[in-house]
Design a protein around this ligand. Structure first.
Ligand code: ZN
Length: 138
């Protein structure tokens, strides 16, 4: 009884996660960092020996997709538009991770809990077998 209650609690949280996922807006993986760079021109201020002034800052977006690191420079005007998508992606990941954790907990209680299995095995023979078997004579 207790297990059933806790499984349905976990399932209710998963339903809540489903609703939140559907409500999410546009997403994009990654994070933006600001970078300063040198241009390679030996006469440029960025390569001065004394007090060099590197170019930038440039906004660089980095993320991992299908196991590969991706990094791209983002135009200054796009950083503000991209930021909510990055935040939304973090929320997306958080919800998915929570869904996985809850599913594992449910699986643990439903399929893999040895204590529970022992209980149900002990209870099963008497509870699930028919009490009387009728034979019909023809
Ligand atoms: Zn330069």
């Amino acid at each position: 009884m207790h297990v059933k209650t806790s499984v349905s609690k976990l399932e209710a949280e998963i339903d809540d996660i489903r609703r939140k996922l559907v409500a999410l807006g546009p997403i994009h993986p990654g994070s933006v960092s600001l970078q300063y760079q040198t241009c390679g021109n030996p006469n440029c201020r960025c390569l001065r020996k004394d007090n060099p002034e590197r170019h930038g800052p440039y906004a660089k977006l980095t993320y991992v997709y299908r196991g590969r690191n991706v990094s791209r420079f983002v135009r200054a005007g796009c950083v503000e538009a991209l930021s909510p998508r990055l935040a939304m992606f973090k929320e997306f990941r958080r919800l998915i991770d929570r869904w996985i954790a809850l599913s594992i907990q449910i699986g643990q209680q439903t399929f893999f809990n040895p204590e529970q299995k022992g209980k149900s095995n002990r209870a099963r023979p008497k509870a699930s077998r028919p009490k009387t078997v009728r034979t019909v004579s023809l």
